[in-house]
Write a new protein. Sequence first.
Length: 324
Amino acid sequence: MRIFVAGGAGYIGSCTTEYLLDQGHQVTVFDALLNGHRAAVDPRADFIQGNLEDLDGLQRAMDQARPEGVIHFAAFIEVGESMKDPLKYFNNNVANAIHLCQAATDHNVHKLVFSSTAAVYGMTEHFPIREEEPKSPINPYGESKLMFERILAWQHQLKGLPYTALRYFNAAGATRLHGEDHHPETHLIPLIIQAARGERKAISIFGEDYDTPDGTCIRDYIHVLDLAQAHLLALQSDFVGALNLGTGGGSSVRQVIDTVKKVAGHDFPVEVAPRRPGDPARLIADSTAARKILGWNPQYQDLETIVRSAWDWKQAHPLGYNDR
Ligand code: UDP
């Protein structure tokens, strides 16, 4: 399949691109390199530097790539930043994403796969979370993703664009070649690894007074290669709609810290800090639908395996992609 990967120079985009190429597909990466890295683009892929904001440039890129499938990873991803600068999120994650939807429709693609998020749910009452749970995002990041899901549903209904929205829970881990290198880093596992390597003086736990067994937030960490597999299955499937992707098991912030300590083989300083605004106490996926409908069969489920892959990537790439 010819696949157009918007945001293929970012973390999940680069790992998915590697996976698609390994499976014999042809990939064009389209990325503005605002947060992505040129060195993260697999050399086997074609690369076009561009921003979704520029609809004409995007249409030309698609004329060139002639994709059968499109994957949309090119969004802003920080909950905390979205609480400070909501319009930045609505501009890129909604307005610019509409351009991708337009170009995909104009090019008659067979499927658009969209990186959505567990943040579309907000505070849910039932765990694990099923797709039918009410959607009430508690931050602009989650709201922006939900808005685009709804836009895709209308575009499908009225213009026939097939799509699958994949609601990831917490993407984590690395391949041997590609891993997580955000500037600034805000995600838990890479930050703990920095603390373990002495690159920061401590890891801060954002809140220890949540209604969870150890008081820290619970998340469902899912290996990036398992996400990659789901993207390919979604491109190949006729299913239209949204699916959760997670392990169904939750780990607390403290449990993740303990796992990094085990993998690193040594202790490091841990501090307790105030809650981070916009954080739900608990996000755990019910991914039964993805398993049934897509035949998704995640391979790297346990937290230690996930953390070890992130640790190994960081040991091999201590400066990340070294381009900032
Ligand atoms: N977290 C933390 N300290 C940090 C970074 C994150 O305690 O330095 C917590 C955060 O409050 C959340 C969990 O770790 O409960 C996962 O956060 P992350 O930003 O990795 O992903 P999110 O769940 O926001 O997508």
